[in-house]
Design a protein around this ligand. Structure first.
Ligand code: DGT
Ligand code: CA
Ligand code: CA
Ligand code: ZN
Length: 575
């Protein structure tokens, strides 16, 4: 069954990016209309393709022109407007946006004034000292861009795909393969199962006695553009977005060994094999086998294989050879952070980009078993933002709702403040102080230099109203690089001002990045895991934050919303 919702989301995401490039302004009407439509579609059922133009237009957040584009997509498989933008801005130009310090305006000028159509063109322009001939660019900008290109290459992010794109795609494929006759199990393995924020390709493992119908289904998948290799039990395809997917079928009684092998990482598996050899076994993708007798020791489940190696089950997010085998042996594996006792970054439909009402958000939070919920709509500084009067009205509604639900959940009235270029915040100190919980986040001026960026963030944290720093680096994985910061200085200031560091679970963000999370923990900061939900369905995104935190080896001791509610509440009262 074709998944019209995912096609719509893909189309809107690309349209947003190309329109941003075309108009040079993240706050432009059209860019925001597409972003709003993306949020709106995300909360719809999968069979959007069946909706008429009139029904599409009725969806809150979808305007006439977007509704027409959706119908065009469903009926013809393409959208004229998008095709035109693709012509105007080839992938190489879109790629320029990933460079630190290059916004849409600069990318367009590089294209129109220097004829730059790719990273290679840009590199050549720099080498030939042509960049400095552009007004507003100089020798310094040449050096900065040279560094930025080198950084992208080092990170491998030119050839890798964001988890925000790969995970939904893998879930679609897994669902389709899981429904094939004879299939007893299907799951994504590889770096995706380890919850890496970018993946080189997607690896899917399927258990079935007969691989043939699975292989047939793979090559016929709607998103497949070309088949790279087709074998009896392994097929590799490339999707229309250029992502490679490897699908392997294994025998059900060898599933455990296969899952371990194809989940990796390679170096985790190398360590496991060494461990096996030391015990007189060999380990491969089929089984753990005794060298002496040739008998299979374990193969059916991962647990059995780990147990036979004298280890507890090691969660996939930890399988990186970052010390997890030693930790497992000593019984001190990093613990999972769930269940969580509350969420601290939640928007309602009061925000321009919010979709669910206050009451709906609270009801869903209660259903998730939360003891605390901070409602944090956008402050007035962004176009999605909310003015004072509306916030005061919301406060009254929250008060009434609190009386209604009693003590089962503690509702906090919060707001997500924007950090200005010099660390200034929305409203005035008195109004900010009237909130239970203020977040401060960067939503603009991503390109400031390191010292100014650091100063700006620290200034914001020093404001007495600010309790949490939202999505620290403002990165969008694979699209916008993290802002440059002196992370150590920021974390020291967070600790000293008792400002929590958010770990934002929205998949395009997962912010702060792993390395910074680990560094922050060294500096003794306290974390809060959040969903940044704009719809009731998105409250579950906090689970992404929890997985990523686990992967970063964050100790529950440092994650305040992994604590019991009473402890969380007394921490909130004391900071
Ligand atoms: P990626 O795709 O670059 O994000 O990273 P992975 O970890 O998904 O790597 P990938 O796709 O090359 O392979 C998936 C898993 O399969 C990997 O984690 C371990 C296993 N594997 C693949 N090729 C080899 C190999 O040549 N030797 C070993 N030991 N394991 C391999
Ligand atoms: Ca892979
Ligand atoms: Ca692979
Ligand atoms: Zn937010």
């Amino acid at each position: 069954m074709p998944d019209s919702k995912q096609d719509a989301l893909d189309m809107l995401r690309e349209l947003t990016e190309l329109t941003l490039l075309d108009e040079g302004d993240p706050q432009s009407f059209r860019v925001r209309a597409y972003e709003n439509a993306t949020h709106a579609i995300a909360s719809q059922a999968n069979d959007l393709g069946r909706l008429s133009l009139a029904s599409l237009k009725k969806i809150h957040g979808i305007g006439k022109s977007t509704a027409e584009k959706l119908r065009e997509l469903f009926e013809t498989g393409t959208v004229q407007k998008l095709e035109a933008l693709r012509q105007k801005y080839p992938p190489g130009v879109v790629l320029l946006l990933r460079l630190q310090g290059v916004g849409p305006k600069a990318a367009r000028r590089l294209q129109s004034e220097l004829g730059v159509q790719s990273l290679d063109d840009l590199r050549r322009a720099i080498d030939e000292q042509r960049l400095r001939t552009l007004k507003g660019f100089g020798e310094k900008s040449e050096q900065r861009l040279r560094d930025a290109i080198a950084r992208l290459e080092r990170e491998g992010s030119l050839t890798r795909t964001s988890i925000a794109i790969a995970l939904p795609l893998a879930q679609r494929i897994v669902a389709e393969l899981g429904a094939v006759r004879g299939v007893t199990f299907a799951a994504a393995c590889g770096s995706l199962r380890r919850f890496s924020e970018t993946v080189g390709d997607v690896d899917i493992v399927v258990a079935a006695t007969d691989p043939a119908p699975v292989m047939e289904t793979v090559v016929a998948l709607g998103m497949v553009e070309r088949v790279l290799a087709r074998g009896e039990s392994k097929t590799s395809v490339v999707t229309r977005r250029g992502l490679q997917v490897d699908v392997r079928v294994v025998a059900p009684n060898q599933l455990g060994a296969a899952l371990i092998y194809f989940t990796g990482s390679k170096s985790h598996c190398v360590k496991l094999r060494q461990r096996a050899l030391a015990r007189g076994y060999t380990l491969n993708e089929y089984a753990l086998t005794s060298v002496a007798s040739g008998a299979v020791i374990a193969s059916e489940t991962e647990e059995q294989v780990y147990r036979a190696l004298g280890l507890p089950f090691i969660p996939p997010v930890l399988r990186e050879d970052w010390g997890e085998l030693e930790a497992a042996e000593q019984g001190r594996l990093p613990r999972a952070l769930e269940p969580l006792s509350g969420d601290f970054h939640v928007h309602t439909d009061l925000s321009g980009d919010g979709r669910s009402s206050l009451e709906e958000m609270v009801a869903t939070a209660r259903a998730r078993g939360y003891g605390v919920l901070a409602l944090t709509d956008h402050a007035e500084g962004t176009l999605s933002g909310v003015g004072r009067d509306a916030l005061l009205e919301q406060r009254t509604r929250i008060g009434a709702l609190q009386r209604e639900v009693g003590e089962s959940i503690r509702l906090l009235h919060g707001v997500e403040l924007n950090i200005g270029p010099a660390g200034e915040l929305d409203y005035d100190a008195g109004f900010r102080a009237s909130f239970d919980f203020c977040i401060a986040s960067i939503h603009s001026h991503f390109e400031l230099h390191r010292a100014a960026q650091t100063r700006r963030v620290i200034t914001a944290m020093q404001d007495p109203s600010v309790r949490m720093l939202g999505h620290l680096t403002a990165r969008i994985i694979g699209r916008r690089p993290p802002v440059e910061l002196d992370a150590a200085a920021v974390f020291d200031a967070a600790r000293d001002t008792r400002t929590a560091i958010e770990l934002n679970g929205a998949l395009p963000r997962l912010d702060p990045p792993l390395e910074l999370l680990r560094a922050a923990q060294e500096h003794g900061v306290t974390f809060l895991l959040t969903s940044d939900a704009h719809h009731t369905k998105e409250l579950a995104l906090v689970d992404n934050a929890a997985r990523y935190a686990h992967r970063a080896h964050l100790s529950p001791e440092n994650v305040a919303n992994s604590w019991p509610v009473e402890r969380l509440l007394s921490w909130l009262a004391s900071t």
